[in-house]
Design a binder for this molecule. Structure first.
Ligand code: AMP
Length: 177
């Protein structure tokens, strides 16, 4: 399965900056079986668990997270970049390779005690996902798991989430960054 998924992910060297191997999942998403299978694999992982909300991270996490939420018949919550959500938000600043960025969630998007799945396309250093984890916890949500299509284990993000006691599920992995 891992190889099947990887064969549908395109790698673009030196994008967006020199030295980065960009793992482009648009080729997986545009393949009808690829999109179906990626979503199904995530959904099957949580079979039998009671999920209240799926949270997806701006922007590729919206595509996968929206499809997973639809399949589970639960609500979808976007975690967005600064300035995009119109109502009252919680905000988290996180470190990028160069500088910082900020993610937001609507304060009323997840109710206290609700169970949540967190979804994004890829986990690298884990800075983005950890910011989303903090936002969900600020709302009072209980994170049952975090799913990513791609893991870059050498960058340690998935381990960071596991060290927080969060179950992490990934569909494939690449060495390096
Ligand atoms: P990080 O916060 O370091 O875990 O980075 C994860 C976020 O950055 C995800 O939202 C990814 O979409 C994006 N990202 C980081 N590295 C890559 C990469 N090599 N290829 C594609 N997307 C990446």
């Amino acid at each position: 399965m891992t190889e099947w998924i990887k064969s549908r992910i395109r790698t673009i060297p030196d994008y967006p900056i020199d030295g980065i191997m960009f793992r482009d999942i648009t080729t997986l998403l545009q393949d009808p079986k690829g999109f179906r299978r990626a979503v199904d694999e995530i959904v099957y992982t949580y079979a039998g668990q009671t999920i209240d909300k799926v949270v997806g991270i701006d922007a590729r996490g919206f595509i996968l997270g929206g499809a997973v939420a639809h399949q589970l018949s639960v609500g979808f919550v976007p975690v967005r970049k600064a300035g995009k959500l119109p109502h009252k938000t919680y905000a988290e600043t996180y470190e990028l390779e160069y500088g910082t960025d900020e993610l937001h969630i609507h304060e009323d998007a997840v109710a206290p005690g609700e169970t949540v799945l967190l979804i994004d396309d890829l986990i690298a250093t884990g800075g983005t996902a950890m910011a989303a984890v903090k936002l969900i916890r600020q709302c009072g949500g209980d994170i049952l798991g975090c799913s990513f299509v791609v893991d870059l284990p050498d960058l340690g993000g998935a381990q960071k989430l596991r060290d927080e006691g969060l179950p992490v599920h990934t569909l494939c992995a690449y060495e390096g960054h």
